[in-house]
Structures are given as C-alpha cells and as structure tokens.
Design a protein around this ligand. Structure first.
Ligand code: BG6
Length: 510
C-alpha cells in the first residue's frame, strides 16, 4: 500500500453542499478505514460566518449524510474525526488577502505537527478558481520548499474550449500541471476503472476490440431524477456540458484508447489524450443535424405522481432551450476504430438510473443459421457501470429440439458476488489518490481541452445552427421518439433495465 504523508486539506467552498454530501463522508470513511495519516486536519474555508464547532455540527454531527454512520459507530470515533475539522471565515469575498488564512494554516500546522504538505480543494464556482490560485500565490501558500502543495479543482472545467484553455493558462501561472488535480468523479468509480482491467488484463477481449469484430459501441447514461434543486446551474450548462464533455468522454477514452505501455499515470493519460484527439470533430451543419439529437423533458405522470417539465423547474427559464437529453453519433479516426460508429447518450428523467457500455459485435462473417431476427441476437458485451455493477456477455445457444433454432444466453459477473470486498466511494478513492500524489484518475490539461475540441462545435451548432431542433420527451420515457434515428439500418438503443440481466424495454409510465 502507498504511504500517505502527514498533510492538511484546505477546502474552499466548505459551507457548500459538496463538502457535506461527498467530501466529509468520504473523509470519514477514510478515517474509519485508517487511511488518513496520523497528523491530518481539514480546514474548511468559505464566506459563511461559522465557528469550528458550528462547522463540525453542520458537516458531521447534524449532517443528514452522516446520520447512518453516526448511529453505527462509536461516539469516540465520531468525535475523533470531528475534532480534526476546523473552519476559517474568509469574509465577504474569496478574492481577498489570504494573510489571516495563512496565519490560521500555520497555527494548525504547528498544533498538529504537520509539515508543509497541503491540498487546496476548490469546491467553489469555477469563476473563482483563478482568483483563489492567485491569492494563494500572493501569500506564498503555493511555495513547495517545506512540503508539496496540490490543487484539486471540481468540474465544470471551463464552459467551452476557449474558457477551458484560459482556465488552464490562468492556473498554470501559479501551480504547475503536476500540482493540479482535475476531478471527474466517474473516474473514481470502480467499474469505470475496471474498463482498463477488462481490456488490458485479459487476452480474450483485446484481439476482438477493433473494427474487424465490433459493429458499433453504445454508451447510455440515464438518470431518473430531473434537475432537482440545481435548475439555475443546469440551465446554463445542459446535458452535453454537465455529463458528456467530462464523464462520458472519459468513459469513451477508456474504451477507445490503445494499450498503454505501463500503468503509470502519465502512460495512461497519454493514451487517453490520443484517444480523445482521434474523435472525428463534426463541424458541417448537415453532419451535425444527422448525428446529434437534443431534447427536453416535459411534464408527465411517473409511477402515479405528476412530474414537472424541465421548463417549469425552479431556476429554469420558461423559454429555455437547454437540453436535458443529448445523443451523439460519432466516429473515431484511427486504425483500430475506422468505420465503427459510437452512439452515446445522456439524459435526465429517464425510466431508470443506469450507466452502461455496450459493445455490439459483428455477425459471424458467414451466417449459416438463417432464421429471421438474427440481427437481434448479436453478441454483446455489456459493461455495467451502475447500478447492479457487473459484466454480461450475450451469446447464441441452440434451442433443444430439431433443427438449429438459436436463442441468446447470458454469461454474467456481478461485483456484489465479491462478498467481503469493500468498494470505496468515488470521492473516497479520488481523495486518497490525491493525498498520495497519484494523478492517474484525474484529468490532465490536454485531456480536458481535447474533450472540449470535440464538444465545442456541437454546442455552437445547437446554439446557432439553422435547422436545429429541440425535441420533447415525456418525463419517464427513453427520450424523444426519434432518438433511434441516429442508428443506421436495424439499429436501436438498448434501453436497459435496472438489473443488468433483465431484458430491455423497461418503462415507468406505460
Ligand atoms: C454530476 C452532474 O457531475 O454527475 C449531475 O453534475 C449528475 O447532474 C451526476 O446528476 C451523476 O453522477 P452519478 O455518480 O450519480 O452518476
């Protein structure tokens, strides 16, 4: 196991939702599992007027996200953890002199015998990232003479290619690339990392992983919830920026990449960048019209309950043209993937929450069992990212009896069958990695920019194109009626069920 040196975690935006919902529970799990170093403290920083005690009450003792754990664990453990949390009020602005923050950091270092190792976690609006990095630098808090300094930044990383580039440039004035950790919580998911293992630790898949055997690749990310309380943010973002540019293109890069020469962070990230750069950028309006679909959910009744349409959600413009469903078909311009279409979609208010990658294999080169509907019986490899995490292979078997009637059978593996294995939450894993200086599961500057290169023209087209359409779909169905039109020939989306092995067709409003 890698060593975690003594250190301090300074969270900017500590009174926000992410700290209570994800960061503190992740740290608490790390604490219980004894992954935190002996000398370790968290300093929450934000503009709310809180004392250390009221911060602890808010994110530990009275936090909805820790109640179950508080019930299950000893008071001394809860207290031992809470006592490592401190809070510093920055006043009315983040863009301020960090002199007193620095003093507080120095005092805590002294009190807890922590050297100068510090992670700054920016959980603030991205517009503040550069200002905070600048202020840290002005007060000498980025200096690495007495210990390393790392900067973790949350998504969204930029709003477009240009803004992402500016942000990278801005941060690089104060922190080197090696110090910057761009978080993408999908990379913290075990099942996403397992894509690498499935591909590169087995000899049975890799020989087939190319245009000779793969007909098309399909990736679905569906959520049953709507925009919840985040209408204001989401309406300026939309599905393509919120999920596709980051989480889904990260998954795409792991499916597409060439085998790296080793498992080191830079080797893997180099291959991922190459993969993202090989996505064929679509700029022609007709091509974009044919290969992209955007839509918004409209109100409906789901499981007997009336559900609001997107435009009626709080914080959303009643005339909004922001997409809650985005589907894109594209090609990858390299030797391995030439001519293989990729279909990727993401949406809110679908029938169920599911993320999966489906590799559809080509039909046998010479088909001897010519019964109707054979194309529906293609071999599929389904990699379930969530829920019911696992892997399913669909293959043909003979139906007993005369002749050769073919049916599909399942070969499946479920993570839940790995009984005693504790699966870390995404944030837990990612925080621990950053504490240990392992950036493998964090996005590099060029990776983020390569993803924006692909996404930017789609966004521009959706914003300014001539024939752009915004379709509607009832909340609770699998997107607009025409979403299968992206597929050529007999293709259609596999609308998965909650459980990996159940056959598709799941619907909550029919
Ligand atoms: C976030 C998006 O990055 O990912 C949210 O901003 C989305 O809109 C969430 O709901 C989905 O994450 P998960 O892990 O629940 O699939």
């Amino acid at each position: 196991m890698k060593k975690t040196e003594n250190q301090m975690l300074v969270i900017f935006g500590a009174s926000g939702d992410l700290t209570a919902r994800k960061l503190v529970p992740a740290l608490f799990n790390l604490y219980l599992a004894k992954h935190l170093p002996e000398n370790f403290v968290v300093l929450g920083v934000s503009r709310s007027n809180l004392s250390d005690e009221s911060f602890r009450d808010r994110v530990v003792y009275n936090s909805d996200y820790l109640q179950e754990k508080i019930k299950k664990n000893k008071d001394s453990d809860i207290q031992g953890f809470a006592n490592r949390l401190y809070y510093e009020d920055l006043g009315s602005s983040y863009d301020t002199d960090f002199g007193s923050l620095r003093k507080r950091v120095e005092a805590l270092k002294e009190k807890h015998s922590i050297s100068g190792n510090i992670i700054y976690y920016l959980s603030t609006p991205p517009t503040l990232y550069e200002a905070i990095a600048k202020r840290l630098s002005e007060s000498g808090m980025n200096a690495q003479e007495n210990g390393w300094k790392r900067l973790i930044v949350e998504k969204p990383f930029g709003y477009s290619l240009e803004t992402a580039k500016n942000l990278n440039k801005g941060l690089h004035q104060y922190f080197s690339e090696g110090q910057i950790y761009r978080i993408d919580h999908y990379l913290g998911k075990e099942t996403v990392q397992n894509l690498l293992v499935t591909r590169f630790a087995n000899s049975i898949f890799e020989p087939l992983w190319n245009r000779n055997y793969i007909e098309h690749v399909e990736i679905t990310n569906a959520e049953s919830v709507g925009v919840e309380k985040r209408g204001g943010y989401y309406d300026k973002s939309g599905a393509l920026r919120d999920m596709f540019q980051n989480h889904l293109l990260q998954i795409v890069s792991l499916v597409v990449m060439e085998p790296p020469i080793g498992a080191e962070a830079e080797e893997i990230r180099n291959e991922k960048v190459k993969a993202l750069k090989s996505l064929r950028v679509m700029t022609d309006e007709q091509i974009l019209f044919k290969n992209t679909i955007r839509a918004q959910y409209v109100s409906s009744v789901v499981n007997g309950e009336k559900v609001k349409g997107y435009r009626e959600e709080d914080g959303v413009d009643p005339n909004s043209t922001t997409e809650t469903f985005a589907a894109v078909k594209f090609y990858v311009d390299n030797w391995r993937w030439h001519g293989v279409p990729f279909y990727v979609r993401t949406a809110k208010r679908m029938p169920t929450k599911v993320t999966e990658v489906v590799i559809h294999f080509k039909e046998p080169h010479h088909q001897i069992f010519n019964e109707p509907g054979m194309h529906k019986k293609d071999n599929k490899l389904i990699i379930r990212i969530q829920p019911d995490e696992g892997i399913l292979i669909k293959f043909g078997v003979k139906v007993p009896g005369q002749g050769f009637k073919v049916e599909r059978a399942n070969l499946d593996f479920y993570y839940s069958s790995l009984a005693e294995t504790y699966v870390m939450e995404a944030y837990e894993r990612l925080l621990l990695d950053a504490m240990q200086g392992d950036a493998t599961l964090y996005a590099r500057a060029d990776e983020v920019e390569a993803a924006w290169e692909f996404v930017d023209p789609i966004l521009n087209y959706w914003q300014n194109g001539k024939d752009v359409r915004m379709y509607g779909y009832s909340a609770g169905v699998w997107g607009p009626e025409n979403s299968d039109r992206l597929f050529e020939g007999n293709g259609f989306w596999r609308n998965p069920s909650e459980n990996l092995a159940d056959d598709p067709g799941y619907c909550v409003i029919c």
